[in-house]
Design a protein around this ligand. Structure first.
Ligand code: UP5
Length: 188
């Protein structure tokens, strides 16, 4: 079936910066459908699909799954939702991800960059007790190394006037307040 016009707001930031937390709130507040790239991968591992071994290994090493694979999973969930306006967190994380995204019909409204120091982020991740395989200090270090691949992506969106930097070290409510301001500033 042909896909209707689909647009998304992307939420990026280091591990533990609050991407999923804020995206859930954004979805509620602005009536968008929330998709978390990380959640999609964890669900895929749970489902025991043939790709689960590859995904598990990538997550354990804090590395990215192939871009075309991630796009396929995202488009699957987008179509399944039947919606056309999304908030997507944790993607695109590299220039290769961005190029793959550009070849889809997903239109980027704008991007929120949750700015958070490593210290604060690590503190949050160490206090999270959700039993995530990648919440151990060895993998956390690797996730931060991998995070650097998003820098050129952020620069690219910035040069197009589509990037909003948000101080993510504030309280959850404080961060949401600043996100609401970004929504007000950006013509939609
Ligand atoms: N918390 C949140 N906000 C807070 C606040 N303002 N004040 C105090 N506490 C706050 O939050 C983390 C914790 O902090 C929670 O306990 C929360 O209550 C608290 P969360 O909202 O979960 O932060 P988030 O930024 O979403 O952190 P997460 O750990 O999920 O980010 P990662 O980027 O590490 O993980 P993700 O799930 O996106 O990806 C996991 C792995 O999947 C990647 O490492 C990679 O291997 C793979 N992946 C790909 O390969 N490709 C992709 O496109 C995406 C993922």
């Amino acid at each position: 079936s042909t896909m209707n016009k689909v647009s998304a707001i992307f939420v990026l930031g280091p591990p533990g910066s609050g991407k999923s937390t804020q995206s859930r709130l954004i979805a509620e507040q602005f009536g968008l459908f929330h998709i978390s790239a990380g959640d999609i991968l964890r669900a895929e591992v749970e489902s025991g699909s043939e790709d689960s071994i590859m995904i598990k290994a990538k997550i354990a090493n804090g590395e990215l799954v192939p871009s075309d694979f991630m796009i396929r999973l995202l488009l699957r969930d987008i179509q399944k939702s039947g919606k056309n306006k999304f908030v997507i967190d944790g993607f695109p994380r590299s220039m290769d991800n961005l190029n793959a995204l550009s070849s889809t019909s997903i239109e980027t409204e704008f991007v929120l960059h949750l700015v958070c120091s490593k210290e604060v982020a690590i503190e949050r991740l160490s206090n999270r007790n959700e039993g995530r395989d990648d919440d151990n200090i060895k993998t956390i270090v690797k996730r931060f190394e991998c995070f650097e691949s998003v820098f050129p992506v952020l620069e690219c969106y910035d040069s197009k006037g589509k990037l909003y930097k948000i101080d993510a070290e504030k309280s959850k409510e404080g961060v949401m307040q600043d996100i609401k301001s970004a929504f007000t500033m950006h013509p939609r």
